[in-house]
Write a new protein. Structure first.
Ligand code: LLP
Length: 433
């Protein structure tokens, strides 16, 4: 949403307007389409994405990081139409499972721009990726490298790998999305990396072509990136001394977006500090953004089922729940919430905005100041494009919502809402006993 709606327009908001969800005459629009029209047409809860915002975020990164391979992190939002939109812009992909790679293949994307991450790649997944000629595996242990070597040998292929380093820096983000301290399971320590780099010669089907890091998500300061890169630089020299022909430094994803107001940084702020270092090192840069591209490009529209008061607390009960957006329940994440139609001179109230799921953690906001709203009105949960739909579930046997992609004056269903039949499609009730 244009933060100008909530904050006086100043230099900051000009910097931070990152999407095309705007209020016009007190009605929320996605690009040229009124959100209410979509809510009525497709029913709620409903995910709505702005194609123009996605393209713009991608171009912001591309302009800030020219000559960089951008591998969109599919986990953030894996919808085929969104992946296709990005692949049309020549974007590469960062996948973490054979399932994500299957999606990349389904849209006919160029797998030579696909990197494969994850601590638990199975033999089957490795073979699948090798057969489909991905650019490289970002590896996280000697055992994984050994398995990749065996698979590549059997297929008579050479596997290119990056080594994921855990530089032990704090990214000052939520504990659950911090990934590069030595208490997390990710990557290998600097000391272990030295040993691995010296021993890779024992794996004839492996080529070490990259060093990689991913220090966390929703990072709003450049400093942790710089600290981590500085720790990795000596390893680059060691790798070269050992005769490895390193081509890439992959600094992962993590670039923050705005949820509240000012937390997002323009991509150029990261680029201007990082690029000179990469240039000096004589390597090509890979980045793996997810949230930055899709986070602010999506909202959820939810209908208010009813309101109720218990003692001193006032609840707004929505048709979306933690099964639709789990981030508040899981990370205590803040999402801006506002009615899609702003009414004039309506008092503000404090309310807990909750879903219909039988869990106390089923909330979107606690004690939030919001325009007084009634049953059957619609609310928008903003900044829901990343880790929204991709983390939905069927908990309480609730069906998953539809997803719609808006592009200018057009809108298109990019995944239909589930039906009750979908809920049980994999199950059998068996004979009665
Ligand atoms: N590369 C790797 C190896 C990753 O593990 C991730 C995200 C990314 C790239 C993309 O990070 P991004 O640019 O989106 O920050 N579910 C959490 C976020 C988990 C991120 C997991 N890894 C949330 O809702 O905040």
């Amino acid at each position: 949403m244009s933060i100008g709606v909530f904050f006086p327009l100043g230099l900051y908001s000009v910097f931070l307007i990152m999407d095309y969800f705007r209020y016009r005459n007190k009605e929320l629009y996605c690009e040229q389409i009124q959100v209410k029209t979509l809510a009525k047409l497709y029913q709620t809860p409903l995910y709505i994405y702005s194609a123009r915002s996605i393209r713009e975020h991608y171009h912001r990164l591309k302009n800030a990081f020219p000559q960089t391979l951008i591998c969109y992190s599919v986990k953030a939002n894996s919808n085929l139409s969104i992946c296709r939109l990005l692949s049309d812009l020549k974007c590469g992909f960062d996948v973490v499972s054979a399932g994500e790679l299957y999606r990349v293949l389904k849209i006919g994307a160029d797998t030579s721009k696909t990197v494969f991450a994850g601590v638990g790649k199975t033999r089957e997944e490795i073979v699948y990726a090798l057969k489909n000629e991905i650019l490289l595996f970002n590896t996280e242990s000697i055992d994984e490298i050994e398995t990749i070597n065996q698979c590549a040998k059997a297929l008579k292929k050479i596997a290119c790998i990056g080594l994921r380093i855990n530089p032990d820096v704090s990214a000052h983000t939520h504990r659950y999305i911090t990934t590069a301290t030595d208490e997390t399971k990710f990557g290998v320590s600097i000391n272990e990396a030295k040993i691995i780099i010296k021993n890779i010669h024992h794996f004839p089907a492996i080529r070490l072509v990259a060093l990689q890091m991913h220090i966390g998500s929703q990072i709003t300061s450049v400093l942790p990136y710089l600290k981590a890169i500085r720790k990795i630089v000596p390893l680059i020299w060691i790798a070269r001394k050992e005769g490895h022909f390193l081509r890439y430094l992959d600094i992962g994803g993590g670039f923050g977006i705005y949820y509240k107001a000012r937390e997002a940084k323009p991509a150029s702020k990261f680029a201007e500090k990082v690029l000179p270092i990469i240039k000096k090192l004589g390597l090509s840069l890979i980045i793996e953004p997810g949230r930055f591209i899709v986070g602010n490009a999506g909202i959820i529209v939810t209908k208010i089922i009813r309101t109720k008061q218990i003692a001193s607390r006032y609840f707004i009960i929505c048709d979306a729940g933690m099964n639709t957006l789990i981030r508040p329940a899981l990370y205590d994440a803040y999402h801006k919430i506002a009615p899609i139609s702003i009414r004039q001179r309506v008092k503000k109230i404090r309310a807990d905005i909750v879903g219909p799921i039988c869990e106390s953690a089923d909330f979107f906001a606690i004690n939030r100041l919001i325009q007084d709203v009634n049953k059957n009105e619609y609310l928008s949960l903003f900044s829901a494009g990343a880790y929204g739909y991709s983390m939905t579930s069927n908990y309480n046997s609730r069906t998953k919502p539809a997803e719609v992609l808006v592009d200018g004056r057009t809108h298109r269903l990019i995944s239909r809402a589930e039906t009750y039949k979908d809920l049980i499609r994999l199950e059998e009730h068996g004979p009665s006993t």
